[in-house]
Design a protein around this ligand. Sequence first.
Ligand SMILES: O=C(O)CCC(=O)C(=O)O
Length: 294
Amino acid sequence: MTPEDILSHPPLALLPEQREFYFANGFVAVDGLVPQEWVQRLTTRSNAFLEESRSIEKSNEAFDLGPTHSAETPHVRRLRATVDRHPEFWEFASQSIFAGVAADLVGPDVKFHSAKLNYKWPGAGEVVQWHQDIPAWPHTNYSPVTLGVYLDAVEPVHGPLACIPGSHEGDLFPHMDTQGNWTGTIGKSDLKNIDTNSAIELTGSAGTLVAINCRTIHGSRANRSAAVRPLLLCVYSSADAFAWMPPPTPTTKTGEIIRGKAARIAHLDPRPCLAPPNWAKQGYGSIFTAQQGK
Ligand SMILES: O=C(O)CCC(=O)C(=O)O
Protein backbone atom coordinates (compact mmCIF):
# COMPACT_ATOMS: atom_id res chain seq x y z
CA MET A 1 0.00 0.00 0.00
CA THR A 2 1.15 3.54 -0.65
CA PRO A 3 1.06 6.19 2.11
CA GLU A 4 -1.95 7.68 0.29
CA ASP A 5 -3.81 4.33 0.46
CA ILE A 6 -2.96 3.97 4.15
CA LEU A 7 -4.02 7.54 4.95
CA SER A 8 -7.35 6.96 3.18
CA HIS A 9 -8.33 4.68 6.11
CA PRO A 10 -9.60 6.58 9.16
CA PRO A 11 -7.07 6.77 12.02
CA LEU A 12 -7.49 4.39 14.96
CA ALA A 13 -4.90 5.63 17.44
CA LEU A 14 -2.94 8.54 15.98
CA LEU A 15 -4.00 12.03 14.93
CA PRO A 16 -3.99 12.73 11.17
CA GLU A 17 -1.03 15.11 11.58
CA GLN A 18 0.94 12.44 13.48
CA ARG A 19 0.47 9.97 10.63
CA GLU A 20 1.44 12.61 8.09
CA PHE A 21 4.54 13.48 10.13
CA TYR A 22 5.55 9.79 10.09
CA PHE A 23 5.26 9.47 6.32
CA ALA A 24 7.08 12.79 5.70
CA ASN A 25 9.93 12.21 8.20
CA GLY A 26 10.18 8.44 8.62
CA PHE A 27 9.41 8.52 12.36
CA VAL A 28 7.05 10.04 14.92
CA ALA A 29 6.94 10.26 18.72
CA VAL A 30 3.77 10.81 20.74
CA ASP A 31 4.22 11.74 24.36
CA GLY A 32 2.46 9.44 26.85
CA LEU A 33 0.28 7.69 24.23
CA VAL A 34 0.39 4.26 25.87
CA PRO A 35 -1.98 4.14 28.88
CA GLN A 36 -0.28 4.12 32.28
CA GLU A 37 -2.02 0.89 33.23
CA TRP A 38 -0.12 -0.86 30.40
CA VAL A 39 3.13 0.89 31.29
CA GLN A 40 2.80 -0.43 34.84
CA ARG A 41 1.98 -3.99 33.73
CA LEU A 42 4.95 -4.03 31.35
CA THR A 43 7.24 -2.55 34.00
CA THR A 44 6.23 -5.25 36.49
CA ARG A 45 7.06 -7.92 33.89
CA SER A 46 10.33 -6.23 32.98
CA ASN A 47 11.40 -6.05 36.63
CA ALA A 48 10.55 -9.73 37.12
CA PHE A 49 12.82 -10.68 34.19
CA LEU A 50 15.63 -8.48 35.51
CA GLU A 51 15.31 -10.36 38.83
CA GLU A 52 15.37 -13.70 36.98
CA SER A 53 18.55 -12.67 35.15
CA ARG A 54 20.44 -12.70 38.46
CA SER A 55 20.52 -16.50 38.29
CA ILE A 56 21.99 -16.52 34.76
CA GLU A 57 25.68 -16.19 33.91
CA LYS A 58 25.73 -16.34 30.11
CA SER A 59 23.53 -14.91 27.34
CA ASN A 60 20.85 -17.35 26.22
CA GLU A 61 17.74 -17.34 24.01
CA ALA A 62 15.95 -15.00 26.44
CA PHE A 63 18.68 -12.70 27.73
CA ASP A 64 21.43 -10.77 25.96
CA LEU A 65 23.83 -9.98 28.82
CA GLY A 66 26.43 -7.23 28.98
CA PRO A 67 30.04 -7.91 30.01
CA THR A 68 29.58 -6.69 33.60
CA HIS A 69 26.50 -8.80 34.35
CA SER A 70 26.42 -10.49 37.76
CA ALA A 71 23.86 -11.68 40.31
CA GLU A 72 24.52 -8.54 42.38
CA THR A 73 24.39 -6.05 39.50
CA PRO A 74 22.33 -7.37 36.59
CA HIS A 75 23.27 -5.99 33.18
CA VAL A 76 20.68 -7.22 30.70
CA ARG A 77 21.11 -5.44 27.37
CA ARG A 78 18.08 -7.05 25.82
CA LEU A 79 15.22 -9.39 26.69
CA ARG A 80 14.79 -11.22 23.39
CA ALA A 81 11.55 -12.26 21.67
CA THR A 82 9.44 -10.85 24.52
CA VAL A 83 6.21 -12.28 23.10
CA ASP A 84 7.56 -15.77 23.85
CA ARG A 85 8.75 -14.81 27.31
CA HIS A 86 5.33 -13.98 28.82
CA PRO A 87 1.71 -13.88 27.45
CA GLU A 88 1.31 -10.30 28.67
CA PHE A 89 3.91 -9.15 26.13
CA TRP A 90 1.93 -10.80 23.34
CA GLU A 91 -1.33 -9.32 24.63
CA PHE A 92 0.34 -5.92 24.50
CA ALA A 93 1.79 -6.46 21.01
CA SER A 94 -1.44 -7.81 19.50
CA GLN A 95 -4.31 -6.20 21.42
CA SER A 96 -3.21 -2.88 22.90
CA ILE A 97 -3.08 0.57 21.33
CA PHE A 98 0.06 -0.66 19.50
CA ALA A 99 -2.15 -2.67 17.12
CA GLY A 100 -4.10 0.47 16.23
CA VAL A 101 -0.94 2.52 15.78
CA ALA A 102 0.49 -0.20 13.53
CA ALA A 103 -2.67 -0.14 11.39
CA ASP A 104 -2.47 3.66 11.16
CA LEU A 105 1.07 3.36 9.75
CA VAL A 106 1.03 0.17 7.62
CA GLY A 107 -2.66 -0.13 6.67
CA PRO A 108 -5.58 -2.20 7.95
CA ASP A 109 -3.95 -5.61 7.36
CA VAL A 110 -1.16 -5.89 9.92
CA LYS A 111 1.46 -8.62 10.27
CA PHE A 112 3.54 -9.07 13.42
CA HIS A 113 7.28 -9.57 12.97
CA SER A 114 9.24 -9.46 16.25
CA ALA A 115 9.63 -7.86 19.68
CA LYS A 116 12.37 -7.13 22.20
CA LEU A 117 12.96 -5.12 25.33
CA ASN A 118 16.14 -3.03 25.20
CA TYR A 119 17.76 -1.69 28.33
CA LYS A 120 20.32 1.06 28.28
CA TRP A 121 22.34 1.01 31.47
CA PRO A 122 24.11 3.99 32.97
CA GLY A 123 27.84 4.03 32.48
CA ALA A 124 27.96 0.84 30.43
CA GLY A 125 28.82 2.65 27.18
CA GLU A 126 25.76 1.29 25.42
CA VAL A 127 25.78 3.56 22.42
CA VAL A 128 23.60 2.30 19.57
CA GLN A 129 25.43 3.39 16.42
CA TRP A 130 23.68 4.79 13.35
CA HIS A 131 21.85 2.06 11.49
CA GLN A 132 18.74 1.15 9.51
CA ASP A 133 16.62 -1.83 10.55
CA ILE A 134 15.58 -3.34 7.22
CA PRO A 135 19.08 -4.50 6.12
CA ALA A 136 18.96 -7.09 8.96
CA TRP A 137 15.52 -8.43 7.99
CA PRO A 138 14.66 -7.51 4.37
CA HIS A 139 11.05 -7.66 3.19
CA THR A 140 9.43 -7.34 -0.23
CA ASN A 141 8.52 -3.73 0.60
CA TYR A 142 9.40 -1.03 3.12
CA SER A 143 6.22 -0.92 5.19
CA PRO A 144 7.83 -2.48 8.31
CA VAL A 145 7.70 -0.14 11.27
CA THR A 146 9.22 -0.49 14.72
CA LEU A 147 6.96 0.76 17.51
CA GLY A 148 8.56 1.46 20.84
CA VAL A 149 7.29 2.50 24.25
CA TYR A 150 9.46 4.08 26.91
CA LEU A 151 8.64 2.46 30.26
CA ASP A 152 10.14 5.44 32.13
CA ALA A 153 10.47 9.10 31.24
CA VAL A 154 13.33 9.63 28.78
CA GLU A 155 15.23 12.90 28.61
CA PRO A 156 18.36 13.69 26.58
CA VAL A 157 20.55 12.45 29.47
CA HIS A 158 19.06 8.92 29.20
CA GLY A 159 20.25 8.32 25.61
CA PRO A 160 16.92 8.56 23.75
CA LEU A 161 16.36 7.15 20.28
CA ALA A 162 17.44 9.69 17.67
CA CYS A 163 16.25 9.68 14.03
CA ILE A 164 17.46 11.48 10.92
CA PRO A 165 14.42 13.16 9.31
CA GLY A 166 13.71 12.13 5.72
CA SER A 167 16.39 9.40 5.71
CA HIS A 168 13.71 6.79 4.94
CA GLU A 169 13.51 8.29 1.44
CA GLY A 170 17.29 8.05 0.93
CA ASP A 171 19.63 5.14 0.27
CA LEU A 172 19.95 1.89 2.16
CA PHE A 173 23.52 1.32 3.32
CA PRO A 174 25.53 -1.87 3.75
CA HIS A 175 25.78 -2.87 7.40
CA MET A 176 28.89 -4.95 6.76
CA ASP A 177 32.64 -4.44 6.79
CA THR A 178 34.79 -4.70 3.65
CA GLN A 179 35.11 -8.47 4.18
CA GLY A 180 31.33 -8.82 4.20
CA ASN A 181 31.06 -9.46 7.96
CA TRP A 182 27.88 -8.14 9.54
CA THR A 183 28.52 -5.02 11.67
CA GLY A 184 24.92 -3.87 12.28
CA THR A 185 25.97 -0.29 11.62
CA ILE A 186 26.50 2.12 8.72
CA GLY A 187 30.21 2.27 7.82
CA LYS A 188 32.39 5.35 8.45
CA SER A 189 32.81 6.16 4.74
CA ASP A 190 29.03 6.27 4.22
CA LEU A 191 28.47 8.23 7.44
CA LYS A 192 30.61 11.07 6.08
CA ASN A 193 27.80 11.84 3.63
CA ILE A 194 24.98 11.63 6.19
CA ASP A 195 23.93 14.71 8.16
CA THR A 196 23.85 13.11 11.61
CA ASN A 197 23.64 16.59 13.18
CA SER A 198 20.09 16.84 11.84
CA ALA A 199 18.99 13.90 14.01
CA ILE A 200 16.06 14.51 16.32
CA GLU A 201 16.08 12.93 19.77
CA LEU A 202 12.75 11.35 20.74
CA THR A 203 12.18 12.19 24.38
CA GLY A 204 9.02 11.95 26.47
CA SER A 205 7.26 10.79 29.61
CA ALA A 206 6.66 7.14 30.54
CA GLY A 207 4.31 5.66 27.92
CA THR A 208 5.69 7.72 25.05
CA LEU A 209 5.29 6.00 21.70
CA VAL A 210 8.09 6.09 19.15
CA ALA A 211 7.51 4.80 15.61
CA ILE A 212 10.43 4.35 13.23
CA ASN A 213 10.21 3.27 9.61
CA CYS A 214 12.50 0.38 8.68
CA ARG A 215 14.60 2.56 6.31
CA THR A 216 15.08 5.46 8.75
CA ILE A 217 18.62 6.02 10.02
CA HIS A 218 18.58 6.00 13.82
CA GLY A 219 20.73 5.35 16.88
CA SER A 220 21.10 6.43 20.49
CA ARG A 221 23.78 7.98 22.69
CA ALA A 222 25.07 6.59 25.99
CA ASN A 223 22.91 6.86 29.09
CA ARG A 224 24.52 9.47 31.35
CA SER A 225 21.82 9.35 34.03
CA ALA A 226 21.78 7.16 37.12
CA ALA A 227 18.77 5.12 35.92
CA VAL A 228 18.32 2.32 33.40
CA ARG A 229 16.27 3.18 30.26
CA PRO A 230 13.86 0.33 29.37
CA LEU A 231 12.40 0.50 25.85
CA LEU A 232 9.98 -2.15 24.57
CA LEU A 233 10.09 -2.50 20.76
CA CYS A 234 7.63 -4.37 18.50
CA VAL A 235 7.93 -4.65 14.72
CA TYR A 236 4.96 -4.84 12.33
CA SER A 237 4.47 -4.70 8.57
CA SER A 238 1.63 -4.59 6.11
CA ALA A 239 0.28 -8.10 5.46
CA ASP A 240 1.58 -7.89 1.87
CA ALA A 241 5.20 -7.50 3.01
CA PHE A 242 6.96 -10.87 3.04
CA ALA A 243 10.37 -11.45 4.61
CA TRP A 244 12.78 -12.94 2.06
CA MET A 245 15.51 -14.02 4.48
CA PRO A 246 15.20 -15.81 7.86
CA PRO A 247 14.58 -13.34 10.71
CA PRO A 248 17.43 -12.67 13.17
CA THR A 249 15.24 -13.29 16.24
CA PRO A 250 12.23 -15.39 15.22
CA THR A 251 9.33 -15.71 17.64
CA THR A 252 6.43 -18.18 17.66
CA LYS A 253 4.21 -15.24 16.60
CA THR A 254 6.34 -14.04 13.68
CA GLY A 255 4.12 -13.76 10.58
CA GLU A 256 0.81 -13.72 12.52
CA ILE A 257 -1.85 -11.36 11.23
CA ILE A 258 -2.97 -9.26 14.19
CA ARG A 259 -5.53 -7.11 12.35
CA GLY A 260 -7.37 -7.49 9.05
CA LYS A 261 -6.59 -10.31 6.67
CA ALA A 262 -3.62 -12.16 5.22
CA ALA A 263 -2.32 -11.21 1.77
CA ARG A 264 -1.93 -13.70 -1.06
CA ILE A 265 0.05 -11.39 -3.30
CA ALA A 266 3.25 -9.69 -2.17
CA HIS A 267 3.66 -5.98 -2.75
CA LEU A 268 7.08 -5.69 -4.39
CA ASP A 269 8.99 -2.45 -3.95
CA PRO A 270 11.70 -2.23 -6.64
CA ARG A 271 14.22 -0.40 -4.40
CA PRO A 272 17.01 -2.90 -3.67
CA CYS A 273 18.23 -4.18 -0.31
CA LEU A 274 21.45 -6.17 0.17
CA ALA A 275 20.96 -9.66 1.57
CA PRO A 276 22.12 -10.02 5.19
CA PRO A 277 23.77 -13.22 6.47
CA ASN A 278 21.47 -16.21 6.72
CA TRP A 279 20.63 -15.87 10.43
CA ALA A 280 19.08 -19.36 10.52
CA LYS A 281 22.55 -20.75 9.76
CA GLN A 282 24.83 -18.17 11.31
CA GLY A 283 22.77 -17.28 14.41
CA TYR A 284 22.22 -13.74 15.66
CA GLY A 285 23.37 -12.23 18.95
CA SER A 286 22.01 -8.70 19.17
CA ILE A 287 22.68 -5.26 17.76
CA PHE A 288 25.08 -4.77 20.67
CA THR A 289 27.20 -7.83 19.91
CA ALA A 290 27.21 -6.97 16.17
CA GLN A 291 28.12 -3.30 16.63
CA GLN A 292 30.82 -4.12 19.17
CA GLY A 293 32.27 -6.73 16.80
CA LYS A 294 31.70 -9.72 19.11
O1 LIG B 1 17.67 0.93 22.27
C1 LIG B 1 18.00 1.84 21.50
O2 LIG B 1 18.32 2.95 21.88
C2 LIG B 1 18.02 1.62 20.02
C3 LIG B 1 17.49 0.32 19.60
C4 LIG B 1 17.58 0.05 18.17
O3 LIG B 1 17.70 0.93 17.35
C5 LIG B 1 17.50 -1.34 17.74
O4 LIG B 1 17.47 -2.24 18.61
O5 LIG B 1 17.49 -1.56 16.51
